[in-house]
Design a protein around this ligand. Structure first.
Ligand code: ADP
Ligand code: MG
Length: 717
């Protein structure tokens, strides 16, 4: 047996590792100088474009107006000059296909001139605005036949273009939407942009009712907190499961796990902080406002969060953040693992998506504000959220469903699969009072008149935090905590914006033309609480009582992706997405198909890995050890020592069990056709095999165990 070499030499090489020389020094180059230096920013456009062209770009970005075609040539030329000055030789339309990844097609700026030897650098408005990647191999869920595989990328003016430096060169990256030649969305950005436009229209109707005269473009905002694991790269490469599936499919719990709770907010290890500085610098260059960083709960787990931005830009920046994390980790000899549940027995990783809506004239519309008048407006927006989440809870569950996230949702560490809303004590109390027939008493003041103008002042801080809620009010925004660490945030944001649009439309229609606005607000809010109050839950979402109570309340508990994914194209979802022009029925169905396909592909890879690792790595070592033990037993017997080795019996039994586990898994695997087979037959068979292997890990001599252990991966830095 020569299996010891890989794993043990990995440890030896990490122990002898020379830390990478620091390349980041913020005292030479301040964050202010670095920030946005790789982006084609508004400031740059102001300097390089004609005033009228610049004005139309600003109108597009700030107010969602269409960019006149005449402006495009000038912008393209300025963009090219700038990019070339930054060393760019190529440009790429960056787009976000339904697989959730980032895709890019690179083209050179240079055309070899036909009559001279000079290469001419060109970039026209037309090429900036539209591209045509060969789209046939991107999943489209049956939206296009392959022979009509045309797909177009269209420049998203609202998300800044940037240059990306890599090993030997620089590329100008242009964020784009990706649509079929018949105009159907083939990506995650297009519906997000559509949903933001719809949200703006309806939010303004509400603001008008509150008497605002100047109302700027209302934008959804998002601040995603990203959790991730870092392990040494050498371990990563010695684990085929991590390499190919992003998570460990085997591994006994380490002697020390997260039970001491000594990692959360602890001192950041030296090697990791060096990594974080470099991540921040790369993000700053790209204009990504990275803000907080800290250790997370599990050993080896960390978090990064930016300042919130307009939802569409935040979504692009989030995708960029994930690639920067991976790239920089690699430079530091680390692997950044974004999977939702890379290690069993310790916490998984999520992506808390903080979400709100607001504009430059009225500010954050989910901020309670200081005056009762602002409070009433706030309550309308908060009421709209409650109605939206209650009415479309299954949709919200479906947009976070994936093979990876299934391991997290419902485990007692992440929000449960039941979608409920946490309001905090004070806000819940206000809604209770509304339900009881209006706010008639106030703890803060003396006598009150009836009517929304006299709702009690709402505290800025909603009070306690509740980590167990999937959808929590956190003082001036909601935090959707069920999103997976590996997922793009766009589908969640598109869903939130669309269902919020629906609620705002509903409320505006009820209030417009009402003889007495205050009374009408009271009534509509009371009706919302009466009808949708059951979605509000301020208790412990991990408890069994909650699961029982949620069932009594009739809330959906869609435990697995198999249960949840069909909701993505449920009847009321189709209705609301079509109504606001976000996605058509065909587009929604295509998304569902792609999500199912992704799920099945993922579990399929995992099942292959389990069978292969168990058969080719674990079985030889375990059966070899059984033979060694049997030899010892025989020799002892020959020497006249009567002894039975109980370890031999245990190992031999597990080896036999392992063979039958593998056979059982292969059978389940080859018989799987429906998505439910993968969830309810293949996954349990994989788990059964894992159990046997993990038991063997505790018996087989350590120096012949082929896979890096949890202890090593999580604690050696
Ligand atoms: P915590 O871990 O306590 O929830 P963090 O500071 O890690 O807090 O993350 C909070 C996130 O919420 C940040 O990205 C922050 O910018 C974002 N956020 C704050 N206000 C808003 C808002 N109005 N809309 C969207 N996101 C917001
Ligand atoms: Mg948070």
């Amino acid at each position: 047996m020569s299996t010891l070499t890989g794993r043990l030499s990995a440890i030896a090489s990490i122990a002898g590792r020379i830390p990478s020389g620091s390349t980041v020094n913020f005292s030479d180059e301040s964050p202010e100088t670095v920030f946005g230096s790789s982006t084609f920013s508004l400031a740059l456009m102001k300097d390089t474009l004609k005033p009228e062209t610049y004005a139309s770009v600003v109108d597009t970005i700030k107010d969602g107006k269409k960019l006149p075609e005449t402006a495009a040539d000038e912008v393209a030329d300025a963009m090219r000059r700038w990019a070339v000055s930054k060393g760019a030789t190529h440009y790429a339309h960056v787009f976000y296909p339904l697989t959730g990844i980032t895709a890019e097609k690179h083209d050179s700026f240079y055309d070899p001139g036909s009559y001279s030897n000079e290469a001419i650098s060109k970039f026209k408005g037309k090429t900036l605005i539209q591209g045509e990647p060969d789209a046939s191999s991107f999943p489209n869920g049956g939206i296009r036949a392959t022979h009509r595989a045309r797909g177009y990328t269209a420049w998203d003016v609202t998300s800044p273009a940037y240059v990306l430096e890599s090993g030997n060169g620089t590329t100008l990256c242009i964020p784009t939407s990706f649509v079929s030649w018949t105009g159907e969305a083939l990506d995650t950005k297009t519906p997000l942009l559509r949903s933001m436009q719809a949200l703006d229209t309806q939010a303004r109707r509400i603001l008008k009712l509150f008497g605002h005269e100047k109302i700027a473009h209302v934008s959804a905002t998002a601040g995603p907190e990203q959790e991730y694991f870092l392990i040494d790269k050498t371990f990563f490469y010695s684990r085929p499961d991590l390499l190919a599936a992003g998570r460990t499919l085997f591994g006994a719990p380490p002697p020390k796990g997260q039970e001491f709770e000594d990692h959360y907010f602890g001192v950041i290890p030296e090697r990791v902080i060096a990594f974080m500085y470099e991540v921040d610098r790369e993000l700053y260059k790209l204009g990504i406002p990275s803000k907080t960083r800290h250790n997370e709960v599990a050993p080896g787990q960390f978090e990064i969060a930016p300042l919130f931005e307009s939802a569409n830009v935040a979504a692009d920046h989030q995708q960029m953040t994930m690639s920067v994390l991976k790239k920089v980790a690699d430079k530091h000899g680390l692997a950044c693992i974004l999977h939702e549940k890379p290690f069993a027995g310790v916490n998984g990783s999520g992506k808390h998506v903080n979400w709100s809506l607001g504009n430059s004239t009225q500010g954050n519309l989910l901020d309670p504000g200081d005056t009762p008048h602002e409070n009433a407006q706030f309550l309308v927006f908060a009421g709209a959220v409650i109605r939206a989440v209650s009415k479309y809870a299954p949709l919200l569950r479906s947009v976070v469903a994936s093979a990876g996230n299934d391991h997290r949702l419902g485990a007692n560490e992440a929000p449960p699969a039941i979608i409920s809303v946490y309001l905090g004590d004070q806000l819940a109390d206000v809604f209770d009072q509304i339900k009881a027939g209006g706010v008639t008493t106030s703890k803060q003041r003396g006598t009150l008149n009836i009517g929304v103008d006299v709702l009690p002042d709402l505290p800025k801080d909603a009070g306690d935090r509740n980590r167990t809620s999937p959808f929590a009010f956190t003082g001036n925004r909601f935090e959707f905590r069920a999103v997976g660490s590996n997922q793009t945030i766009s589908p969640a944001l598109s869903a939130l914006n669309t269902i919020m649009t629906d609620s705002l439309d509903y409320i505006a229609s009820r209030l417009e033309g009402a003889p007495n606005l205050n009374v009408a607000i009271q009534n509509v809010l009371k009706e919302i609480v009466d009808e949708h109050g059951s979605v509000i839950f301020n208790g412990n979402g991990y408890s069994e009582e909650w699961h029982a109570e949620a069932a009594v309340r009739g809330l959906a508990n869609l435990k697995t992706a198999t249960d949840a994914l069909p909701e993505m194209a449920g009847d009321n979802v189709v209705e609301v997405f079509e109504k606001y022009g976000v996605l058509s029925e065909a587009e929604l169905h295509s998304r569902y198909e792609v999500a199912v396909e992704q799920y099945v592909k993922q579990v399929n890879v995992e099942a292959n890995l389990v069978a292969e690792i168990a058969q080719t790595k674990i079985f030889p070592v375990a059966s070899g050890y059984a033979t060694t033990l049997a030899d010892s037993a025989a020799k002892l017997k020959a020497a006249g020592v009567s002894s039975s080795i109980s370890t031999l019996e245990k190992v031999a039994a597990l080896v036999t069990e392992l063979e039958s586990d593998i056979a059982f898994l292969k059978e389940a695997h080859s018989g799987a056709s429906e998505i439910s087979d993968w969830t309810f037959k293949v996954l349990p068979a994989m788990l059964k095999t894992r159990k046997t292997v993990d038991a063997l890990e505790g018996l087989v001599p350590d120096d012949s165990w082929p896979l890096p252990t949890y202890q090593e991966m999580l604690f050696i830095k």
